[in-house]
Design a protein around this ligand. Structure first.
Ligand SMILES: CC(C)(COP(=O)(O)OP(=O)(O)OC[C@H]1O[C@@H](n2cnc3c(N)ncnc32)[C@H](O)[C@@H]1OP(=O)(O)O)[C@@H](O)C(=O)NCCC(=O)NCCS
Length: 216
C-alpha cells in the first residue's frame, strides 16, 4: 500500500473532516457517535491562528476504496476520501494562546503544582499545540505517525511544541513510544482536565525537530 502525506486545508474540510474523525474514533477506540460532538470543535479549530493539518492518504483500487466506505461503521476500515484513496492518518494543531481553554487548563495545572508564575508564563507562550495525531489501526506501526508529526511541525515559527496525552501505565503505548523517541519531555503529569476524570500528561519539546525521513 502506497502512502503519501497531503496538506489538508480548511476549504476542503467537507471532504476530509468525516474520514479524519473516523480515524480518530477508531484509533482512540472511542464509542461511535463521539465524532458528532467532535466535528463542531474540529471545525472551530480550523479558524484558529496558525492552524495546520496533514493527512496520510493510502492509494487503493476504486473497488477497495468504495467497499470500506460502506462497511466502515461495521468493520472499522478506513473511510474513502476519493475514488481510489483512503484517509489513514491525521495530524493537526495551531498556535497556542492564553485565551484558549487548553492553555488555561495547563496554566492552572502548573500553578497547582507550585510552578512559579514566570515559569508558567514561559512554558505557556510561543508554542504550537499538537491537538490531534491519529493513525488508523490497520496501518499503525509503520512509521506513519512519526512521518505525519515531522511534516506537521516542519518550519513552524513557534519555539516549541506542546501536547497532552492520556496517562498510560509504564507509558506503554505507541503514542508514548513515539513522543519519547522524538525527545518529548514532561511538562506536567497526572493532570485532570475539567469535565474529564482521566489523568493526562502534558509533554513538550523545542522546535525544530531533527530531520527524519518518511517510512521505508
Ligand atoms: C500514536 C500513533 C499516532 C503513532 O502512529 P504509528 O504510525 O502507529 O507509530 P509510529 O510512527 O511511531 O511508528 C513506529 C513504528 O513503526 C515502525 N517503523 C517502520 N518504519 C519506520 C520508520 N521509517 N520510522 C519510524 N518508525 C518506523 C517502528 O518500528 C515502530 O514499530 P512499533 O510501534 O511496533 O515499535 C498511532 O499509534 C495512533 O493513532 N494511536 C492511537 C491514537 C493515539 O494514541 N493518538 C495519540 C493521542 S495523544
Amino acid at each position: 500500500m502506497t502512502i503519501r502525506l497531503v496538506e489538508l486545508t480548511g476549504q476542503d474540510a467537507r471532504v476530509w473532516l468525516e474520514p479524519a474523525l473516523d480515524v480518530y474514533v477508531t484509533a482512540m477506540n472511542y464509542p461511535r457517535g463521539t465524532e458528532v460532538h467532535r466535528a463542531a470543535l474540529w471545525r472551530e479549530h480550523i479558524g484558529r491562528p496558525g492552524w495546520r493539518a496533514v493527512g496520510a492518504i493510502a492509494a487503493v483500487s476504486a473497488t477497495q476504496a468504495r467497499a470500506p466506505h460502506v462497511a466502515s461503521r461495521r468493520l472499522s476500515r478506513p473511510v474513502a476520501i476519493g475514488d481510489d484513496e483512503l484517509l489513514v492518518g491525521i495530524a493537526y494543531g495551531y498556535r497556542g494562546d492564553r485565551d484558549q481553554w487548553w492553555n488555561q487548563q495547563l496554566r492552572t495545572g502548573l500553578r497547582q503544582a507550585g510552578t512559579p508564575r514566570r515559569v508558567v508564563d514561559e512554558i505557556t507562550s510561543d508554542y504550537f499545540e499538537l491537538t490531534e495525531l491519529h493513525v488508523h489501526p490497520s496501518v499503525q506501526g509503520r512509521g506513519i505517525g512519526q512521518w505525519l508529526l515531522g511534516r506537521l511541525l516542519a518550519e513552524r515559527p513557534e519555539s516549541k511544541v506542546l501536547l497532552s496525552t492520556p496517562e498510560i501505565p509504564a507509558e506503554d503505548n505507541r503514542a508514548w513510544a513515539l513522543y519519547r523517541r522524538l525527545g518529548f519531555s514532561d511538562v506536567l503529569r497526572h493532570f485532570t482536565f475539567t469535565g474529564d476524570p482521566r489523568p493526562f500528561a502534558f509533554l513538550g519539546r523545542p522546535l525544530p525537530l531533527p530531520d527524519r525521513p518518511g517510512p521505508a
